[in-house]
Design a protein around this ligand. Structure first.
Ligand code: SAM
Length: 274
């Protein structure tokens, strides 16, 4: 198959595109990176959404190596002419949604999402998707390596925190590839990584999600404190809580498993209802 016409520095120059720091714009210029990113979508016919297609490196790979309908969600109008050119290749299959991702409400029941995410809002974007009534079946995102490591960190490690617990409670996450800064223009100061995220099949009730967020905020807001100190304002009956969750209260938040945090959230719900 002929190589897709990926954007390079010259194309960006020809189209007069200049990167905006405020929108986290670092453009991907390495075909092998985007071609690996799209592998999980190769056989699906369910729609694929791309967040922030920009000049279209990942979009061209999606167009060439997958078969599903593609929806491109882009906020910055400087990219619309270049994306419209791509859309002309197959306007039945490619839809440009000139919009802010955070304003989009209607996702279908079955869909996939990918993107080289703007790093300043990447975790908010992942949270928005994970907490939808119908989260995507599979997500593949480029994020900062440091954020990626927090997503799949295990208890006891320095990266294990609020983000790790919440994401692993709602999904399975793993690293697909590490991407050096030279893969982008302009090169970011940090190393990047592609992560894959697959939501668990059973949704957590909204009220339990809220209880979980509240407990995590308190526990990891005081990371070095024992949980007896950090959780005392949350639970009406702290001693009964520790007994029911099989804890002593001297643990630090990074010692607790995702399951223990869920147990705590359920105990909290019972105590505040009682
Ligand atoms: N996909 C392109 C690539 O890999 O070369 C660009 C990736 S760049 C890191 C992030 C992209 O997300 C930019 O195109 C930026 O304009 C877009 N973006 C930033 N915030 C957005 C938002 N809230 N909604 C939609 N797109 C957004």
């Amino acid at each position: 198959m002929k190589n897709p016409p990926y954007p390079d520095r010259d194309i960006l120059h020809t189209w007069g595109l200049s990167p905006k720091k405020s929108l986290g714009q670092n453009f991907l210029l390495l075909p092998e990176v985007v071609e690996k990113m799209v592998v999980p979508f190769e056989s699906t016919m369910d729609p694929i959404y791309e967040i922030g297609p920009g000049p279209g490196a990942l979009t061209w790979a999606l167009y060439h190596f997958t078969k599903a309908p593609l929806t491109l969600i882009e906020k910055d109008s400087q990219f619309y002419p270049i994306l419209e050119r791509l859309q002309k290749e197959d306007s039945n299959r490619i839809t440009l949604l000139p919009s802010d991702f955070f304003h989009i409400k209607d996702f279908p029941k079955h869909y996939f999402v990918t993107g080289n995410l703007p790093y300043n809002v990447a975790t908010e974007m992942i949270f928005k998707l994970l907490t939808q009534d119908h989260p995507p079946q599979h997500m593949v995102f480029m994020v900062q390596l440091e954020v990626a490591e927090r997503l799949y960190a295990k208890p006891g490690s320095k990266d294990y925190g609020r983000l790790s617990v919440m994401v692993q409670w709602l999904a399975k996450a793993w690293r697909q590839q590490v991407v050096p800064s030279e893969a982008f223009w302009p090169a970011p100061k940090v190393t990047s990584a592609v992560v894959e995220i697959v939501p668990h099949p059973t949704r957590k009730p909204l009220a339990l999600q809220k209880a979980m967020s509240q407990i995590l905020a308190q526990a990891f807001g005081h990371r070095r404190k024992m949980i007896r100190a950090s959780l005392k304002k949350v639970f009406p009956d702290l001693e009964a809580t520790f007994q029911a969750a099989n804890l002593t209260g001297t643990e630090r938040p990074e010692d607790l498993s995702v399951q223990t945090f869920e147990d705590l959230a359920k105990i909290y719900q019972k105590q505040v209802k009682a």
